[in-house]
Design a protein around this ligand. Sequence first.
Ligand code: C5P
Length: 326
Amino acid sequence: MVRAPAKLNLFLELTGKRPDGYHDLDTVMVPISCYDTLVIRKTVRESIRIYPHWRPDPSHWIESLGTAAAESQWEMPVDDRNLIYRALEAVAHYANYRGGWDVWVRKRIPSGAGMGGASSDAASAIRAAVALLNLTPSTTELAQIAAGLGSDVPFFLGGDADDCGAQVSAMRATGRGEILEPLPHPERLHFLVAFPSQSLSTATVYKHCSVPAQTRSSAAFRRALATGDSDLLQKELFNRLAEAATILSPAVRDLLQLMKISGLTDCLMTGSGSACFALVRDPYHAGLMQAELKQTLRAHGVQAHVFYARTVSIPQRIRLTSFCHA
Ligand code: C5P
């Protein structure tokens, strides 16, 4: 069994438009304590079979998000539209492996939330497949497999730190998202995360954004992270994609507004949305603010899934004893 954490972007600037249509980024991401879980086993049969199920199940999500939440949001493709499928194909190609895979996925990370669920699942599938096939790819080879699948996948593999078995938390990502720099930070960070009733397509949000004439540097944010000064950290939270997302999605706009009304003044959208978050002092403060936010949401007739999360480390090595073999 392998856990695939979600992520939050605490800072995100677009620094350029690339000839391949992607954007160059300067972003700082942290993995958080909201996980999908994958159980993977090798099979003699050649095909890849994915068995997804949502926990809590879709009826619970629809109850907490309302009927505005599209039911298609809870339909997970099990063919090559799924990044787990493509990750396993890529590893099989790298290793010349001719067998197949069974994958059971317990989904908790909402789709179209900007929390990297699909990318994290893919990274976990790569780590699991590499361990099960007893492969020893170099960091560069792993990074190539990951970057070919999606811009956020390299982050979830933990970058270069895996050579020393180090635990990785915050990372700066530049380029398309594949150039990674671990960022030490002294304090564990605590968040209140809110996912509104509408998800957003990454490609659509990026299409509605442009690179500013004057780009903002992540240097001040990284300094604040290194010192652990939470007041400064809150002030430096930034996401260039947020403005476009609030225009595309009234649900994101309303959620951010209501978070501010609830006292979460320095709240932000993560990635290309639609989930938003605010830094809180500790789990106790999160509980107080969660109750406050839920009350404000109810008073305005707005639905959202609200939960507490804290920074975690990306697991670097997989112990095979935790796997079922075919
Ligand atoms: O890499 P990924 O599949 O997650 O990207 C989804 C879409 O988001 C891309 O097709 C692209 O339109 C946009 N994107 C971008 N620049 C990035 C990452 C994503 O323009 N660095």
